[in-house]
Ligand binder design. Structure first.
Ligand code: SF4
Length: 459
């Protein structure tokens, strides 16, 4: 039984219990959301740790993705034909997890893909996803692929322990004229490969046609679908256009079909979207895809800032997390320019952890703001130890503070005589004495109901 099938029977699996424990939720709440398809626990039986129900000695500590829970962040990793080293990818994976990534995707296209993938899965305590069509086309032109080739690759990767697959089954042949009219065309790698296959064979998308066979494989290993948006807009001019929406309607149909066959499903979303269209995009996905968890790439809110696309993306991701997304795919400063290196990975993860948390606060997720309030109390008391310890990126905060010859009662931003916090304390202490601080800074006192990940890089 897959996690969703177990949840539908009323069973609380060890993975459900673990997710509930990590998020400060009741197991029954998690089970209900999972049974309804509004939450997923991507957990291949060959990757899930034995204590949570896995069969193969894997390392996965399961996470839940859905609006009931804290917004999650994915970091994309992977080699390219120009840069491939499995140890470098492991370094990037560990770094991304250290800075707060909840999941990773191996998008490798260079080197021995099996070797890289199995190496990362063996070392990953978080869910790992792939886009199987990348491997299918590594040694064969896409036009030569058969449906049997596609199923064989997907089954092999499922056996290896991949937890979620991006499958671009919603991009249909009849959508291609809509994409032709665009400024940016098709910017999804998987989408463009399948478009080429359809044009060459003058046939329907093979992933759409073999969808039932895919479901059988996904169900056997409990791999979650991440239904890819092959027509995601790659520039603001194409946002929310007919091509994007036509594909989204098909994705909605596939969500129901996959669920009927006992599979867990996430839906992928845009892309490049102007800020004012993000709320509507989130509403449409929830409506057309029956509340399936929405996994967005950004959205990037302006096309003109290469080198800073972790920021353009985090702005859009904050709105997306506020209005409906459950899972944010990070974008790094290297987006549109180069393969991300370790420094880019850190910047991308932190930017999207900020977006995820800001979204959780804005949507009123119970307990989300406790982390902020704790930081604010520490600031008003000049409690630097707590401030640095619970900062989103504790290392960065420490480095900056240390470089400024710090004083306990102010900082170099304003200096002693201009420090408003000092003055505010003088004013209010005269009129309303405050009790001594009782804050305990130990990790053990973290509120269980709070969504926070207090400082991934903290002590
Ligand atoms: S010096 Fe300025 S920035 Fe620093 S703690 Fe005081 S008010 Fe805040």
């Amino acid at each position: 039984m897959t996690q969703i099938e177990a949840a539908r029977t009323g069973m609380i699996t060890p993975a459900i219990r673990r997710v509930a424990e990590k998020e400060g939720r009741e197991p029954e709440e998690v089970r209900k959301a999972l049974a309804a398809g509004h939450l997923v626990i991507p957990s291949n039986v060959h990757h899930l740790a034995a204590q949570y129900g896995g069969s193969d000695g894997g390392k996965l500590d399961p996470i839940g993705i859905g609006r009931l829970l804290r917004t999650k962040v994915n970091a994309n990793l992977g080699t390219s034909p120009d840069a491939s080293c499995k140890d470098e990818e492991l370094i990037k994976m560990n770094l991304s997890i250290r800075y707060g990534a909840d999941a990773v995707m191996d998008l490798s296209t260079g080197g021995s893909l099996d070797e890289i993938r199995t190496y990362l899965i063996a070392n990953a305590p978080v869910p790992l996803g792939t886009v199987p069509i990348y491997e299918m086309t590594q040694h064969k032109p896409v036009e030569e692929l058969t449906c049997e080739d596609m199923l064989a690759t997907i089954e092999k990767q499922a056996r290896q322990g991949v937890d979620f697959f991006t499958i671009h089954a919603g991009l249909l042949r009849e959508h291609l004229p809509l994409a032709e009219a665009r400024l940016g065309g098709i910017v999804s790698r998987g989408g463009s490969l399948l478009a080429k296959w359809m044009t060459h064979h003058n046939r329907q998308n093979p992933m759409y046609e073999i969808f039932d066979d895919l479901c059988a494989i996904m169900r056997e290993f409990d791999v979650a679908f991440s239904l890819g948006d092959g027509l995601r807009p790659g520039c603001l001019a194409d946002a929310t256009d007919k091509a994007q929406l036509a594909e989204l309607h098909v994705l909605g149909e596939l969500v129901l079909k996959a669920r009927e066959q006992g599979c867990q499903v996430i839906v992928e979303g845009p892309g490049h979207i102007p800020f004012d269209q993000i709320e509507e995009n989130m509403r449409l996905e929830a409506q057309l895809c029956d509340g399936a968890p929405f996994y967005v790439l950004g959205p990037i809110v302006t096309d003109v800032a290469p080198g800073y696309d972790h920021i353009t993306s985090a702005i859009g991701a904050t709105a997306a997390a506020t209005y409906g997304a459950s899972f944010l795919c990070y974008v790094t400063p290297a987006e549109h320019l180069a393969l991300p290196g370790p420094v880019d990975v850190r910047e991308g993860v932190i930017a999207h952890r900020i977006a995820a948390h800001a979204g959780d606060v804005a949507r009123g997720l119970p307990g989300a703001r406790d982390w902020d309030d704790r930081m604010s109390r520490a600031r008003t008391r000049f409690d630097w130890r707590t401030q640095l310890k619970i900062a989103m990126d504790s290392e960065r905060a420490r480095e900056i503070r240390k470089a400024s010859s710090p004083d306990d009662d102010f900082c170099s931003m304003c200096g002693k005589d201009w420090c408003a916090v000092r003055r505010s304390k003088e004013v209010f202490q005269e009129t309303e004495p405050k009790p001594e601080s009782t804050e305990d800074t130990s990790e053990a006192t973290e509120s269980k109901a709070v969504t926070p990940q207090p400082s991934p890089t903290g002590d």
